[in-house]
Design a protein around this ligand. Structure first.
Ligand SMILES: [Zn+2]
Length: 134
């Protein structure tokens, strides 16, 4: 069974928290919802209201993953689709198939941050055997 895409996951609405959880940290599912909402061009106020969290919390998470796009990769937004010829993955944001771990990570992150940041955090090629100069 393929995993649901972000849109499928949230088609019935955001993850909900009860009154006791009001001051908890954001869960992974809530973080996925924020990413999805921002991609759908929802303002932070709307996302916050849907999740029942402060809009500042939404903005803070956005700022954090802009500083460290690796946070996006902790949310499991891709899955392996096959490994017959080479490792193939499916993006759970747009459902596109992408070859190689490195490329699918770049692909997923690039849904949410500008290319410059993607390249900074996930350079396209690793230089091997080249000495760093200072
Ligand atoms: Zn994608």
């Amino acid at each position: 069974m393929p995993k649901p895409s972000l849109s499928q996951t949230f088609k019935d609405g955001p993850p909900s928290r009860n009154d006791k959880q009001m001051h908890n940290w954001l869960t992974a599912q809530e973080r996925r919802f924020i990413l999805w909402g921002l991609m759908e061009r929802w303002p932070a106020t709307r996302i916050g209201a849907a999740l029942r969290v402060n809009e500042a919390t939404v903005r803070r998470f956005r700022r954090r993953y802009w500083e460290d796009p690796g946070l996006i990769l902790e949310l499991g937004l891709y899955e392996m689709a096959g490994r017959a010829v080479s490792e193939e993955y499916r993006c759970l944001v747009c459902e596109e198939k992408v070859i190689s771990t490195r490329e699918v990570q770049r692909h997923v992150v690039s849904h949410f941050v500008v290319d410059e940041l993607v390249n900074q955090h996930l350079p396209r090629r690793r230089k091997r055997g080249i000495k760093r100069s200072g």
